[in-house]
Design a protein around this ligand. Structure first.
Ligand code: NDP
Ligand code: MG
Ligand code: MG
Length: 337
């Protein structure tokens, strides 16, 4: 088994006397900043004036412009949306860098050379393997979200010590961290979210929902069957792997799982997954996304608008309104984001 790092592997005093600037206060930013503060780290936030600035100040954090925060910090963690990072980096971060450690939560911009850090800085990443709101929520529950860490440049010889101390301070070492490279983190993160976690799952749910509705079954029932219940099944997989989930379902469901699963995710689908991975590895996916942003996202916006009109969203909204317990964390998160 690969070496996993836990709380005992980190130097708990490493960040003492150091100032950490978290740039951005969105999904990951608010979680990293608040968790570090609660872990006793001297943390400040770098932002532009606006919603996040007000939120971070309300949460009791010291907020500065990106340039000011960068200039006074020892460690700069960049938690802006990936597509905006190169511009903000060039204009506000780079001119204020001397020998700060530069950190990321995803390797995209460094790996694809959209950000080229100076030779004088340690460059590393700590990437929680979960949404920011869970990074915060689990920390408050004395738990954590696992993370990957990677060293890209180690000028001081302390980059790994910093990565582990940082991962510890955001609660990730309670769950465990695994060492990787920027290349591996970037490629696997993009593949996971596209093929399985986000793209694969939403396409599977929609196709199942549409199949039932087009066959004349009630949309509300189709929603429960293909979307709502998915969480319950995934929770069992999260707790006990595939076998743990299969232990809890009926033998009829398990038989259907065995004989039908491979009819849905066929060899053709796996072949397509390999093609998707290749597009990620050779930079095709990155190029498309970078150009899409330069063109102000015409395709992204068109698909986003039409996806919101899908029947599964209309039905889901009505059903979830009657299940406030389903919504209670989500509401808070929507406001936070
Ligand atoms: P968000 O979209 O949630 O971050 C938005 C934040 O950036 C807001 O606080 C926003 O402030 C601020 N911001 C945007 N533009 C500027 C600007 N020009 N100057 C200053 N602040 C600005 O990002 P995520 O948390 O989703 O992603 C951050 C990083 O973490 C990315 O590298 C991502 O890949 C990585 N990551 C994200 C995960 C997730 O759970 N979302 C999971 C693991 C890694 P304002 O309110 O002013 O717009
Ligand atoms: Mg990810
Ligand atoms: Mg990602």
């Amino acid at each position: 088994m690969a070496k996993m790092y836990y709380n005992g592997d980190a130097n708990p005093n490493y960040l003492e006397g150091k100032k950490v600037a978290v740039i951005g206060y969105g999904s990951q930013g608010h979680a990293h900043a608040l968790n570090m503060r609660d872990s006793g780290v001297n943390v400040i936030v770098g932002l532009r004036k606006g919603k996040s600035w007000d939120k971070a100040a309300e949460d009791g954090l010291e907020v500065y412009t990106v340039a000011e925060a960068t200039a006074q910090a020892d460690v700069v963690m960049i938690l802006l949306p990936d597509e905006l990072q190169p511009k903000v980096y060039k204009e506000e971060i780079e001119p204020n860098l001397t020998n700060q450690a530069l950190m990321f939560a995803h390797g995209f911009n460094v790996h694809f050379h959209q950000i080229v850090p100076p030779q004088s800085c340690d460059v590393l990443l700590v990437a929680p393997k979960g949404p920011g709101h869970l990074v915060r929520r689990t920390y408050e529950e004395d738990a954590g979200v696992p993370a990957l860490f990677a060293i890209y440049q180690d000028v001081t010889g302390e980059a790994k010590e910093l990565a582990l101390a940082y991962a510890r301070a955001i609660g990730a070492l309670r769950a465990g961290a695994l060492e990787t490279t920027f290349k591996e983190e970037t490629e696997t993160d993009l593949f996971g979210e596209q093929a399985v976690l986000c793209g694969g799952t939403t396409a599977l749910v929609k196709a199942g929902f549409e199949t039932l509705v087009e066959a004349g079954y009630q949309p509300e029932l189709a929603y429960f069957e293909t979307l709502h219940e998915l969480k319950l099944i995934v929770d069992l997989m999260y707790e006990g792997g595939l076998a743990g989930m299969r232990y809890s379902i009926s033998d009829t469901a398990q038989w259907g799982d065995f004989v039908t699963g491979p009819r849905i995710v066929t060899d053709e689908v796996k072949k397509e997954m390999k093609a998707v991975l290749k597009d990620i590895q050779d930079g095709q996916f990155a190029k498309g996304w970078i150009l899409e942003n330069q063109a102000n996202r015409p395709v992204f916006n068109a698909i986003n608008a039409s996806e919101k009109e899908h029947l599964i969203e209309k039905v889901g909204e009505e059903l979830r309104a009657m299940m406030p317990f389903v919504n209670k964390n989500r509401k808070k998160e929507v406001v936070t984001k």
